[in-house]
Write a protein that binds this ligand. Structure first.
Ligand code: ADP
Ligand code: ZN
Length: 605
């Protein structure tokens, strides 16, 4: 036992320092592996509890645990959280001033640190490696290890240098951790980092507390607001593809009275840090962002993640949605999927000059579209992509909650395909729908389409209905969209039997109607938000956090406060039984929370 506060047994440290009663699956084995001085490779979903896997062994082994992390904000959060538990942690990166840097290095050489978080380029600088060579090192932990691989979706050149660590420190155990890695990336990570003997731990990727919903994008802003209404007063992230859209959506939300801020790489860095900080501290509830946002966000109480546009790959999508509900409480991921999204995305992929890259990207996009268009359990599709099979449908996605209703679409399909045929396979979706619905637009007149037999033959159905039918026809291979030619619709060999009325066809009832019907129902989510004691505890937490200049969850997570509100402990001993309450925090905050519980009881709350 070398840390100032670690106990003789990892389990004891878990309980007394971190306040958790038990290890989660795999955590104990990984800890033991590192304690024995061996390497490990950890593939665990976001929120799975990767951090403890190296934090505890770092506290139990001699020397300092060096943690490599790609983002500065991430380091600061982790260090804040560790220090709130009484662990001696620091970070060392370019955000520190000269004075601060010297202080951290002094602490390192005085052997006063359990954990040191370092940016990869700092760590691999000659000066720093030299410093380390004189020190006892408990372990190296490479967080977000997929950044080392060109196969991954987030390659970072500065990570490549980490390959040399093994040579410099052959004796020190190393653990690589990531939440996203397909088999190719996985073996690449092992190779690049020289982890040849490493035991591989793959934890289940399922995040059952996240409800996966995909909605046809019809009126995206209203759909977004619908979702936010379900999670009023809670934190949410909205992802958009372009900076322009980010600004637009954030602005509209603010005008509608929501607490929202924009975040993208084009904003001054001071502003970005402020947004991030405000979000972490619950001062801003909603962040509208490009994918630039989030890798540094380990906020456990994000309740909803909305994708306003189609992401480029399932890896990114999974990682972004994984930012919801890291505390294990009920949360929601909503994907708004528009008919043109896939077309635009394919055009972008097509522009990549590198054929190999184009092949990888196009493969990844196919999987993304397949998820968005799936008629079966979303989670099965998602986990299947990561090589994990579910035993049963999940029961917590839109497909499970409201199975697809099929209808006899033979006639709809006939009319739609006929319209495509009559415009001589030279029109995109919108024009075909205009023809079907008999729209009186300049374009229709100019092209003489108002004289076609199918003109107005589909006026009995809404635009959304036809969009859905056409999309399903594409999905099932009865139509293809020519990406190179602005998404022009073309018939396929499969089309023939339908045009000749030799074959019937079942399609899903267009979703828009289902969505409208459903949104009338009251949301069923159980919001502890109604519990006055929970609210009182939250208020106490916010006061403490603001006074200490840290995010509220660093004091206690929502799950801990909920359990506290349910158990209503009256003594410090019984408060210690609440998951998430360790000795250090008990001493620091216990009385304040006890007081709030007693007070709330008196007021009859
Ligand atoms: P990851 O790095 O894998 O995304 P974290 O290490 O940040 O996940 O852990 C996610 C959440 O789970 C944190 O709030 C953490 O405190 C909590 N957690 C981790 N291990 C346990 C455990 N054994 N028992 C209870 N909560 C845990
Ligand atoms: Zn499901």
């Amino acid at each position: 036992m070398f840390s100032s506060i670690a106990l003789s047994e990892p389990l004891e440290t878990l309980r007394s320092v971190f306040g958790f009663p038990e290890f989660r699956p795999h955590q104990r084995e990984i800890v033991d592996e590192l304690l024995a001085g061996r390497d490990a490779f950890v593939l665990m979903p976001t929120g799975g509890g990767k951090s403890l896997c190296y934090q505890i062994p770092a506290m139990h082994r001699e020397g300092v645990g060096i943690v490599v992390s790609p983002l500065i904000s991430l380091m600061k959060d982790q260090v804040d959280a560790l220090r709130a538990n009484g662990v001696r942690a620091e970070f060392y990166n370019s955000s520190l001033g000269a004075e601060e840097s010297r202080r951290v290095l002094r602490a390192l050489h005085a052997r006063e640190l359990d954990l040191l978080y370092v940016a990869p380029e700092r760590l691999m600088s000659e000066g720093f490696l030299e410093r380390l060579s004189g020190e006892a090192i408990a372990l190296f932990a490479i967080d977000e290890a997929h950044c080392v691989s060109q196969w991954g979706h987030d390659f970072r050149p500065e990570y490549v240098q980490l390959g040399a660590l093994r040579k410099h420190f052959p004796e020190v155990p190393m653990v690589a951790l990531t939440a996203t890695a397909d088999p190719q990336t996985r073996s690449d990570i092992l190779e690049q980092l020289g982890l040849r003997q490493a035991k591989v731990f793959v934890a289940g990727f399922d995040r059952p507390n996240i409800r996966y919903l995909v909605q046809e994008k019809t009126k995206p802003f209203n759909q977004l607001v619908d979702c936010l209404e379900r999670w009023k007063g809670e934190s949410a992230i909205v992802y958009c593809l372009s900076r322009k859209r980010v600004e637009e959506v954030a602005q509209k939300l603010r005008l509608a009275g929501w607490s929202a801020a924009a975040y993208h790489a084009g904003l001054p860095s001071a502003q970005r840090s402020r947004v991030q900080e405000d979000f972490l501290r619950d001062d801003v509830r909603i962040v509208v962002a490009t994918v630039a946002f989030g890798m540094g966000i380990d906020k456990p109480n994000v309740r909803a993640v909305v994708h306003y546009d189609l992401p480029k790959h399932l890896e990114g999508y999974y990682q972004e949605t994984g930012r919801a509900g890291r505390d294990g409480l009920e949360s929601e991921a909503v994907l708004l999927y528009g008919l043109s999204d896939a077309v635009v995305a394919r055009q972008l992929v097509g522009q990549n000059a590198n054929a190999e890259q184009r092949r990888i990207e196009s493969h990844k996009l196919d999987a993304m579209v397949g998820f968005a268009e799936a008629l079966t359990c979303r989670r099965r599709v998602l986990l299947g992509y990561f090589g994990e099979a579910l035993d049963a449908d999940c029961g917590n996605c839109d497909r499970c909650l409201k199975p697809v209703e099929l209808y006899d679409a033979t006639d709809d399909a006939y009319r739609a395909l006929m319209a495509v045929y009559e415009v001589r396979q030279r029109a995109g979706v919108r024009l075909v729908i205009d023809v079907l619905r008999g729209a009186e637009t300049d374009q229709v007149r100019r092209l003489g389409h108002h004289r076609l037999p199918t003109y107005g033959q589909g006026a009995d159905r809404s635009t959304e209905h036809w969009a859905s039918v056409i999309r399903q026809l594409i999905h099932h291979g009865y139509l293809v969209q020519d990406v190179a030619k602005f998404g022009v619709l073309k018939l396929t060999p499969k089309t023939r039997p339908i045009l000749h009325k030799e074959q019937g066809l079942q399609l899903a009832v267009p979703q828009e109607r289902i969505a409208r019907r459903r949104s009338k129902r009251k949301p069923t989510a159980d919001h502890a938000a109604d519990d006055p004691l929970f609210q009182a505890l939250r208020a106490v937490r916010k006061e403490i956090a603001d006074a200490a200049g840290v995010p509220p969850y660093v004091v206690f997570g929502d799950a801990t406060l909920k359990e506290m509100a349910a158990r209503k402990p009256r003594t410090l001993e019984s408060m210690l039984e609440v998951s998430g309450v360790g000795l250090h925090k008990l001493k620091k905050y216990g009385d304040r929370f006890l007081e709030a519980i007693v007070r709330n009881d008196r007021t009859g709350g």
